[in-house]
Design a protein around this ligand. Structure first.
Ligand code: SAM
Length: 239
């Protein structure tokens, strides 16, 4: 179904505000950054110390918590891996689940994926992803804001999960759904994670195979309370 959508948005705004208004808000309240991440070739609009809301009272922020305004270490490792190994995505249909700023979806597109879907339950993240596509000279990536976890799996070749194992309940529901995706469609699953406690202690961790390991740049370490590295894992379920 996702491949057959006529527009580049399946967009259910939870904010009650127009896409245009959200675009303007993001543009005015983020900074364009690139150099400081593991993927300096991708530019992103992110919340930085130069932005008003870095110091502003959190309750003045008009939307949900802005996960999309941070480029998470798990997503950075995953995106670096895709850019270093374009054969992983070339010609493939790819789902970036929990896409946030859209960096891993962008990396998949830049690596030659045939079709990419960016999925995040935060509709503001979908608008941020489109702005970030423009920054990187790409057509808007098809964005979906439904919660796909638990839904009937679609026939993706590859599912990307950047820093999605930060909550045990989310990790467990993801685990069950990934097994169905693999069982029904033989989908390949790649996970980027900086070694968070919820990831390391989850049962899925024992079923993963390390594909790549990256030292995080100094500025990313400083923003992430002592995390020093981030890895990419592939999941081969036992189903
Ligand atoms: C820690 S951020 C990671 C963002 C991005 N992958 C990265 O690595 O930079 C987690 C993201 O997952 C999204 N999210 C949480 N639950 C989700 C769900 N059930 N389906 C899709 N996205 C979800 C959040 O809105 C958030 O943007």
């Amino acid at each position: 179904i996702l491949f057959a959508q006529p527009h580049n948005f399946r967009y259910a705004s939870q904010t009650g505000q127009s896409e245009e208004h959200i675009r303007t808000f993001i543009t005015e309240n983020t900074e364009i950054v690139g150099e400081q991440s593991l993927t300096p070739e991708i530019q992103l609009r992110l919340l930085t110390p130069a932005c008003r809301f870095w110091r502003e009272k959190p309750d003045l922020w008009p939307f949900q918590d802005p996960y999309w305004a941070i480029y998470w270490p798990g997503g950075q490792a995953l995106s670096r891996y895709l850019l270093d190994h374009p054969e992983v995505c070339r010609g493939k249909t790819v789902l970036d689940l929990g896409s946030g700023c859209g960096a891993s979806a962008i990396a998949a597109k830049l690596s030659g994926a045939a079709h990419v879907v960016a999925n995040d339950i935060d509709s503001v993240a979908a608008v941020a992803t489109h702005l970030n596509c423009e920054l990187n000279g790409l057509e808007p990536i098809f964005s979906v804001t439904d919660n796909l976890i638990g839904s009937e799996p679609e026939s993706f070749d590859l599912i990307l999960l950047g820093d999605m194992f930060y909550d045990e309940a989310l990790a467990t529901s993801l685990h069950g759904w990934l097994d169905r995706c693999i069982e029904i469609h033989g989908t390949r699953v790649l996970i980027g994670d900086p070694g968070r406690a919820q990831f390391e202690s989850h049962v899925i961790r024992q079923l993963l195979h390390q594909q790549a390991h990256f030292e995080l740049p100094e500025s990313v370490r400083e923003e992430n309370y002592g995390l020093t590295c981030s890895s990419v894992w592939s999941y081969r379920s036992e189903v």
